[in-house]
Design a protein around this ligand. Structure first.
Ligand code: NAD
Ligand code: NA
Length: 396
């Protein structure tokens, strides 16, 4: 079929298999262009199909020849209806990995559940024995708690007071004021339950209990901080409480790994266009200004550049891993540079519907957004028929 982008609200409901494959190939080429990393050899990536998690899988496999197991929650295609982008990304990743002679298998289902943990543990046991790196990169709006059976929903709200600021509808370019009412009683606890560190700890406990973690194992989860502009809705809002919990969990997980000389870390990553971040109000306006400034300065990065740098310059240098005063790895260092933040703050004051096309990088935002779904890649013939019924080799 011929597949075109179809928008519904802030998401795109179609995705392009050949474009997703192109995206994966581009990321592989980037990693290979940076040379070999003396990195992990057997890797579990939880949240491996899109965004930072996919980049983590690609950087491990094609940067240091790692065997990878990827866990994700994606929709397979049905005749006439494309699957989700992460489905096609994972199909393309496995095909490329096999061609390169690398082990790669995937598990599709709810990573919060006991069943998917069981399936993944069995796969590691059967095929890899142990893993030496576990990346935790889930971004989900809901979590069905495996012990209590409660369905938790995360919210993106300020705490204590209404937050008003500018935002942009990146599809139309219209800049408006938005007011977000403060969260209700249970919102913080629910958001922490979904995006905090409890599930990360459950994964590591389960892996350790069955001796599936290699001596010296590292496990890394991803966090975000961002500027004071977005603080009320992000870092000091409900999601920020979840990130506080995730970051605190790194310390307790590290304690639990002492006997095998293991370490749990949080990496604070840069703001990027992903399915998760485009749904947060105010963030798209910030990102479009940030992209403009970082591209002008020649320091813009996407997920793959960020994670390649995380492995090469932070995790696998052979030296102690550099962290900030709260024990976090900072690969948001270029985003948070004073000169970058001062210029973004100045542009923020000037941003209107009329000025944004000029002072911000709306085009770059839109292109990245389309790219998430496999659209707008050079080298892909979007007028040609493409086969939507692509399988993930290790799943079907
Ligand atoms: P993403 O939406 O691109 O990826 C989410 C992944 O989680 C996908 O592989 C998806 O299949 C998987 N997933 C979601 N629910 C699942 C479930 N129930 N079971 C199994 N898999 C499930 O998101 P992302 O932006 O790459 O975010 C990953 C992490 O990075 C998050 O912790 C996020 O907060 C963090 N982060 C994001 C940004 C940003 O700007 N996007 C910046 C810094 C940190
Ligand atoms: Na991810």
């Amino acid at each position: 079929m011929i597949i075109e982008p179809r928008m519904r609200g802030f998401i795109c409901v179609t995705s392009h298999p050949d474009g997703c494959a192109q995206s994966v190939r581009n990321q592989i080429e980037y990693v290979q262009s940076k040379g070999e990393i003396d990195g992990p050899k057997k890797v579990l990536v939880i949240g491996a199909s899109t965004g930072f998690g996919l980049a983590s899988r690609i950087a491990a496999a094609f940067g240091s020849d790692a065997a990878t197991i990827g866990v994700f929650f994606e929709k397979p295609p049905v005749e006439g209806k494309p699957g989700s982008p992460g489905w096609y990304n994972s199909a393309a990743f496995e095909a490329e990995a096999y061609q390169a002679g690398l082990y790669a298998k995937s598990v599709n289902g709810d990573a919060f559940s006991n069943e998917i943990k069981r399936q993944t543990l069995d796969l590691i046991k059967a095929d890899l024995g142990q893993v030496d790196l576990v990346i935790y990169s889930l971004a989900s709006p809901v979590r069905l708690h495996p012990v209590t059976g409660v369905l938790h929903r995360s919210v993106l709200k300020p705490i204590g007071a209404t937050y008003t600021n500018k935002t942009v509808d990146f599809h139309t370019g219209v800049v408006t004021d938005i007011s977000i009412a403060p969260c209700q009683d249970d919102d913080i606890a629910n958001t922490v339950a979904v995006m905090g560190g409890e599930d990360w700890a459950m994964w590591i406990d389960a892996l350790k209990a069955e001796n599936l973690l290699a001596p010296g194992v590292k496990t890394v989860a991803y966090s975000y901080i961002g500027p004071s502009l977005t603080e009320a809705v992000y870092r000091k809002g409900t999601i920020g409480r979840a990130k506080d919990h995730l970051e605190a969990s790194a310390f307790s997980i590290s304690d639990s790994l002492k006997s095998i000389d293991g370490q749990a870390l949080v990496s604070v990553n840069k703001a990027l266009v992903t399915q998760a971040s485009s749904a947060i109000p105010v963030i798209p306006l910030y990102i479009s200004l940030l992209y403009k400034i970082m591209k002008e300065k020649g320091i813009h990065e996407g997920c793959i550049e960020q994670i390649q740098r995380l492995y090469q310059d932070r995790l696998y240098t052979g030296e102690a891993i550099p962290t900030d005063d709260k024990g976090r790895i900072r690969i948001d260092d270029w985003e948070m540079r004073d000169d970058v933040q001062e210029q973004v703050a100045a542009l923020w004051q000037q941003a209107t519907t009329e000025s944004l096309a000029e002072i911000g990088d709306l085009e770059g935002y839109r292109k990245d957004f389309l790219n998430l779904f496999g659209f707008d890649f050079a080298g892909v013939d979007y007028k040609a028929d493409s086969d939507e019924m692509i399988d993930i080799p290790s799943i079907s």
